[in-house]
Design a protein around this ligand. Structure first.
Ligand code: GGG
Length: 361
């Protein structure tokens, strides 16, 4: 489907709803983005939707057509819902859709902010809104997600599987510089670098080494190093002590699920897969998966989708509109208009319409 909005400046957005609740929340995000464009009157969106999904895979044998990645390169940004469906092994769906996009479009940074939104609360006892405000920077191109390895002697008692993590100086340096700059732009200017360099003695040690090589270039940023296991404890016991966090592809993926839960619900957490060179479109997606158990029921929390949409709007240069969208989302959560996972009783549509009304007001 191809929907064109009227307005002076046009941002061309590729939408990939994907699987399960990815479809529900992408529809909600498009509705809110249209309301946002209408309310500002200074720009519009040109949405093109691609039905690349597990259904497609089961029917045709592929997620994306052979020219899928080059089709995406024509857009200003990509909006992504979720991928994963019970009839398809998860490694097939991830490697069929989202990972090739991140890799081919040089989206080597994944930015995942976490904070407690107005009218919501952390499951941590006594944790106030100001106590939990993190920016997690995930290395998005290599490491444990390099896809290298193999299996031999399959279906025997001697089966061997290797999963090779690849860490390169180029990729570590660029993610470190991004993280230091991100920390520098925040009031606390504090960066925690997470590894497991006591047990993993090659790649993780290289991460530590490069972190301390680069740190002197950012003298105003306070630095510290944590082991990933200790980090999970600290996130629960002392959330206030952290600000910006940088970690590998896998570690940050796990930490951000924990972070989202500690901020209230995985349903609110956004992510931005960025190509900081801007030579390729960046991709924006809520961090949650496709949640097959609630897919199509109209009850998914759309807040993570709206927050991701706001980050996309910011990335394409509409700062004020991005702020307006987040203000509208928080005005709605503050009034208690929330889905069940946040302790409310609204459905996806109820929250979406409330945000649209807030934007129109
Ligand atoms: N909307 C994000 C999504 O569908 N995530 C599925 C998933 O499991 N992703 C793993 C990853 O981001 O590495």
């Amino acid at each position: 489907s191809h929907i064109r909005e009227i307005g002076p400046k046009i941002h061309r957005i590729a939408c990939i709803p994907g699987d399960g609740i990815g479809v529900d929340i992408t529809e909600a995000a498009i509705q809110v983005l249209k309301a946002l464009a209408k309310a500002t009157g200074t720009f519009s969106f040109d949405f093109t939707t691609f039905d690349w999904s597990s259904t497609n895979y089961l029917e045709r044998g592929w997620y994306m057509p052979p020219d899928g990645l080059s089709q995406l390169k024509k857009f200003d940004a990509i909006y992504f819902g979720a991928v994963g469906w019970p009839d398809v092994p998860d490694h097939i769906s991830l490697w069929g859709l989202i990972l090739p996009i991140r890799k081919a479009l040089n989206q080597y940074v994944n930015v995942r902010p976490t904070r407690i939104l107005q009218g919501t609360k952390s499951p941590l006892e006594g944790c106030k809104r100001e106590d939990l405000d993190w920016l997690i920077i995930r290395e998005n191109s290599e490491g444990e997600y390099s896809g290298q390895g193999g299996t031999s002697h399959e279906d025997s008692e001697h089966t061997v599987a290797t999963e090779v993590s690849i860490f390169t100086r180029v990729a570590i340096e660029r993610i470190m510089h991004f993280a230091f700059k991100a920390a520098q732009s925040r009031p606390r200017k504090h960066l925690t670098m997470v590894t497991k360099s006591n047990a993993q003695r090659h790649g993780m040690v290289l991460w530590d080494k490069i972190f301390y090589e680069i740190a002197p270039s950012y003298p105003d940023v306070k630095t510290e190093k944590m082991l990933v296991d200790a980090m999970t404890v600290r996130m629960v016991l002392n959330p206030k002590s952290m600000d910006t966090i940088v970690a590998t592809n896998l570690h940050a993926d796990i930490l951000t699920d924990l972070a989202a839960a500690l901020s209230g619900s995985i349903g609110i957490a956004p992510s931005s897969n960025l190509d900081p060179t801007r030579k390729n479109p960046s991709m924006f997606e809520p961090i949650h998966g496709s949640a097959p158990d609630i897919a199509g029921k109209g009850i998914a929390n759309p807040v993570g989708a709206f927050w991701s949409a706001a980050e996309m709007v910011r990335w394409v240069g509409e700062e004020k509109a991005a702020d307006a969208l987040m203000k509208a989302v928080e005005a709605v959560t503050a009034r208690g208009v929330k889905t069940k996972d946040l302790g409310g009783s609204e459905d996806t549509n109820g929250v979406t319409e409330a945000v649209c009304r807030e934007l129109e007001a």
